[in-house]
Structure formats: C-alpha cells, structure tokens
Write a protein of this length. Structure first.
Length: 379
C-alpha cells in the first residue's frame, strides 16, 4: 500500500513524499523519479484543480517548474533579454534571487540546459531548393573605439515558390570569411537549387567552392546599390555621369524593360573609363538572365531575410557586448529562430522541458559547462 507521508522542500516549492507499506507492516519512504510541486489552485491551462500533491513537474534540484522554465524560454524566443525573462519568472514564482541583483544568469543557465531539447524537434536538417543568405555585424566599444565583435550569418528559405518562407539557420562567427561561409553551408545536408544573396566577395568564393552547381541570384536591391557606389566613385574622381543615366538608375533593376533602357544609356553615354561603365557591363551579364526567372516567381531580392536581420539587430544591439560565449549564443539564436517562424509556444516549450526532465529521471544536466576556450571570451 502506498500512502502520502509528509513533504520535503521549502515553501512555496514543497513536494510530496510517499510511504510504501508492506503487508507485514514494514515500510520505506520514497519520492517520484520526476518530482512535482504541491498544487496551490486551478491549473491556468485546463482550469481544473488537481490534487494538491499532483502539481507541475520540476527538476529534482530546482525551485522552478517546467512551466516556468518553458515560459522563460518562450520569452527569450520572442526577443526578451536574459534579465527581463529572469525577473518575470522570479516574480511569477513568488521567489527572489540574491537581494539587489538583477542579472539574468538564471535564464541564461536554462538556455544552456534546455534549449537543445526545446529546439531540436524543429531544427532544419536539409537545405530547401530556394535559400537566401546574408549576414549582420555587431560592434563593441573598447578604449573609446568601436570594433567589430561578431557577425551573425543567416539563411532563409522556401520549399516551393509561393510557400511561406522560414528562417532556416542563424549562427554566430567572429569574422566574415570564406571559411566561415563554407562552415555555415555545411551545417545542413544537401544543397539548394538557387541562392539569393548580396554578392559579397567571401560568400561568392564560398559558393564557387562549396556549392559550385548551385545557381546564384544576386539581389537586385544590392545591385542597384553597386551602381550608385560606382556613380559616387566617379564623382569623387571628378567624372560626371550624364543626367539621363542618373534619372534611369533608381528604377534600372525593377523590370526587364527598365534594365534594357538603362544598359543602353550607360553603354552609349558613359565613357569606358568610368567606374559606372564597368559596373553596368558586369551586372548586364547576369541581370537579363535573372529577369527570365521572374516568370517562374523566383525571388530576385533578399527582403525577407533583411527584415529578420533588422529585427535581430534591434533585439540584440543593446546587449551584444554581453554575448561572449559562442555555444550559448548559438543556442539563443536557435530560440530566436523559432520566434521568427511563429513557433514560440509556451505550452509546447513546457512539454519539451518536461520530456527532458523525464528522460533524465528527474535530474538535469549541470549548468555552466559551456566554458570559454582557455578561459578567454570566444569573441
């Protein structure tokens, strides 16, 4: 026979202890492999009132429940800072940390322990046919100077044209390089049919080496910017661009007809020694080929991934200097990816946290095991 036999733990995170009594009267006390805190009222999800000893699951050495952990990770996925997520979960659990502290180490530790379990079921494994690639830099101020701290590489893709796209992968690297692009491309299996990007030199070199058979498409917005930079280069050198060419430039890459008109003007009116002449000639080699793809609704710009990176910069810019651990930052990016894809659901996250606790029989992995290399920040 099994009966309840008191409690263990401190309020308000007390847990039920049980006694197993044999027919001869001997007994032993035990606790469940996966502990549950005592219920204090109706469940906010189902609105039913469970038995007071049948509350929410919690790791054996934790004061916080799987629901509170899942809610905190959901807040991170939606853009909250470690500090804000920690303050919210402490308030909701009627608990406080060390008096006077407001740091977010509590939730940062949960990212290390639970983010893999939360994100793994929805991790991408293969590249879809259509992939957009881009990066965004983050900076730090040291000794009165602003220096690059790290770059986030991003991929956005579509399985079929006309489908809703999604963020495929976000990874942090210390610098822009061909080697890092090749490492990024190797994170998933297979290869896409088309890539859409801004034609950065490191990316172009990586595409030629790692995905030589993939058809590249250069973003028309960035090609327009290349033409504008060529005009600025000519202006600094005292070379004047004809007014008719300048008037046609903003709309040059909006349609096949507009590009033909601009390319004809540039060829006829811009001297061959001007930067604009060479740039327009180089773009003409693939612009007309890309316009043919518009008939099949292949995207000719990387606006969707630019919008994601704009949001990412806004969310991380104020705390980029505090992100110095490569592994934990990538785990945070995995959570943010779910948020950008509208997959940040507190109930789903809570269930995955609970499954991880059960898989480890009530225990969890030790925290702060992701250490810096040789004791130094990763970037």
């Amino acid at each position: 026979m099994v009966v309840r036999d008191g409690y263990y733990g401190r309020p308000p995170r007390r847990r039920q202890r049980f006694r197993c009594v044999a027919p001869d009267g001997t007994f032993h006390r035990f606790v469940p492999a996966v502990p549950r805190v005592l219920s204090t009222g109706p469940c906010p999800v189902c609105e039913l009132t469970p038995a007071h000893y049948n509350g929410r699951t919690t790791p054996r050495s934790y004061r916080y429940t799987s629901h509170e952990i899942g809610a905190a990770l959901t807040a991170l996925a939606l853009g909250a800072t470690y500090q804000n997520a920690t303050e919210t979960v402490r308030a909701s659990a009627a608990l406080r940390g060390v008096p006077g502290t407001r740091h977010g180490q509590l939730v940062a530790d949960w990212v290390e322990v639970f983010a893999d379990a939360v994100c793994a079921p929805e991790a991408e494994t293969t590249w879809p046919p259509f992939v957009m690639l881009d990066t965004t830099p983050f900076w730090r101020r040291t000794q009165g100077k602003v220096r690059p701290q790290f770059h986030i590489y991003a991929a956005y893709g579509y399985d079929r044209l006309g489908d809703r796209g999604r963020v495929l992968l976000l990874r942090v690297y210390q610098e822009l390089s061909q080697e890092n692009w090749e490492d990024f491309m190797g994170q998933l299996d297979g290869r896409p049919r088309y890539t859409i990007s801004d034609r950065g030199k490191d990316l172009v070199a990586a595409l030629n080496t790692h995905w030589p058979s993939v058809r590249p498409i250069w973003c028309h917005h960035h090609l327009t910017k290349s033409l504008e930079r060529a005009v600025a280069t000519d202006a600094r050198a005292g070379r004047t661009t004809p007014d008719a060419v300048l008037a046609a430039l903003p709309a040059a890459l909006t349609s096949w007809e507009s590009w033909n008109a601009f390319a004809t003007l540039a060829n006829d009116q811009v001297p061959a020694h001007h930067s604009l002449f060479g740039t327009a000639g180089a773009i003409d080699l693939f612009a007309k080929r890309q316009f043919r793809l518009r008939h099949y609704h292949v995207p000719l710009g990387n606006g969707p991934i630019e919008r994601v990176l704009t949001t990412l910069r806004r969310q991380l810019a104020g705390r980029a200097q505090g992100l110095a651990n490569l592994r934990r930052t990538n785990l945070l990016l995995d959570l943010l990816r779910l948020g950008y894809n509208s997959r940040a659901d507190a109930e789903v996250f809570t269930e995955r946290v609970r499954q991880e606790i059960e898989r480890r029989h009530g225990t969890v992995a030790p925290v702060r095991q992701i250490a810096f290399h040789q004791g130094q920040p990763d970037f």
